[in-house]
Design a protein around this ligand. Structure first.
Ligand SMILES: C[S@@+](CC[C@H](N)C(=O)[O-])C[C@H]1O[C@@H](n2cnc3c(N)ncnc32)[C@H](O)[C@@H]1O
Length: 231
């Protein structure tokens, strides 16, 4: 294994929610089930990517592995990364329960995964890039670009903020007040401690990382999705 340079961001260290703690992982799975329609999200992502059968797909920050499983069910060959061995064990257990084939789990992240072999047809990452400060998001995006075949697609979904004319304090007060009770504290911790950036910075990072942003959506007041093509 290559040693990281002394100046490199340590992505192995969890920030905000501790996904190395199995109780936090279970609580996260439960909260997301309440907040999101994850099967519908994953179907939409697969429809947007329009992949040929048996495509090579990389997912970064797989978490409980819901997207990886949906992609494997659709017949794709999936490499699923996460820095948390606890998350990976949780996701692998779901795969065993379903007796699914076609997913390779790797304990690595945006900055530490070393890719060898055929380029990917698509890369997907949901709610994970905000674990890196902006400097390192940029580095991660350049790396993702290098792992894709020319014209390959990158689908990014993440918490990205857009305070707009209502002002900073009013925006965050409104968002936190609208959260269901059991998600409010984790969301406040997210705003305070994690590295979600602003929409206009995210768009600049993607473009400067070598991507053409084909389509983007604000899924909510704090969640954005970008369909990008590697230039
Ligand atoms: C909020 S969960 C998202 C899980 C899933 N993608 C979803 O949409 O529900 C974030 C996941 O990213 C992982 N993660 C954090 N930093 C990472 C990094 N630098 N590289 C890869 N995964 C990372 C965490 O361990 C966690 O499993």
């Amino acid at each position: 294994m290559m040693t990281a340079p002394a100046w490199q961001w340590n992505e192995a260290k969890q920030i905000g929610t501790d996904y190395e703690n199995v109780d936090e992982v279970r609580a996260y799975d439960h909260r997301m089930g309440e907040l999101r329609d994850i099967p519908a999200e994953n179907q939409t992502i697969l429809n947007l990517l329009r992949l040929p059968p048996g495509a090579a797909v990389l997912e970064i920050g797989t978490g409980t592995g819901a997207f990886a499983r949906e992609a494997a069910r659709a017949g794709h060959r999936v490499t699923a990364l996460d820095i948390s061995p606890v998350m990976l064990a949780y996701a692998a257990e779901r795969v065993r329960e379903e007796r699914l084939a076609g997913i390779r789990f790797v304990q690595a992240g945006f900055l530490t995964y070393g890719h060898a072999g055929e380029p990917f047809d698509a890369v997907v990452s949901g709610l994970a890039l905000h674990h890196l400060p902006d400097l390192w998001k940029f580095n991660a995006l350049k790396r993702i670009h290098d792992w894709l075949r020319p014209g390959g697609r990158f689908l990014l979904q993440d918490v990205v903020f857009d305070p707009g004319p209502e002002g900073f304090a009013a925006y965050f007060d409104r968002l936190t007040a609208a959260m269901p009770a059991d998600s409010r504290q984790p969301f406040i911790r997210h705003i305070r401690q994690e590295y979600s950036t602003l929409t206009w910075i995210m768009e600049g990072l993607l473009r400067r990382g070598g991507f053409a942003v084909e389509q983007s959506w604000q899924l909510s007041d704090f969640m954005s999705q970008y369909l990008c093509r590697a230039g």
